[in-house]
Ligand binder design. Sequence first.
Ligand code: ZN
Length: 203
Amino acid sequence: MAYPEPIEALMSAFERFPGIGKRTAERLAFHVLRDPSSIGLARAIERALAEAKRCHECGNVAEQDPCRICADPERDRAQVAVVEEPRHVEALERARVFRGRYHVLMGAWQPAEGSDARHLAIGPLLQRVQQGTITELILATDPDAEGEATAALVLDALESLGPLTLKVTRLARGLPAGAALEYMHRGIIEDALAGRREVHLRP
Ligand SMILES: [Zn+2]
């Protein structure tokens, strides 16, 4: 049995969110119908889409373009940490152990789920690399299967550029396997950064 079309449309809109299956999409859609204040959600989404900016340099979401970090002359241009999501920038900033800049991929690659890597901001990263100001690229993706797959994808893309003079490093393996960067204690992030190891690109 199908629901009336507008409800089906709302359900399929929810189903496009990460981690939302059919059942949850159905529950959310009926919650929206029951609760008249849900219209606030529609407005919040509209506002976020219209007003939230993406920094053209690092790809992070920001209130201004370039973002606060890219606009800061004190931040080292030569060192760039490649992270999956804006929340990872927040985690590293909270730890206050990194004075370089960031590149936000806006997602991770999940090959097991057949996910598409095309939405990841790898192209803009290659452009930044080709500008020649970066001397070290730190792959700071999560130490889980998706983070490793994403790091491997970035490495492949870098290798496709041909010989590069920059150094590529990966956060130290001292990180608890499968742990998410955002939940790590400051000391652990500090150790992971300090103990980062070089990843050699295939010539
Ligand atoms: Zn930025």
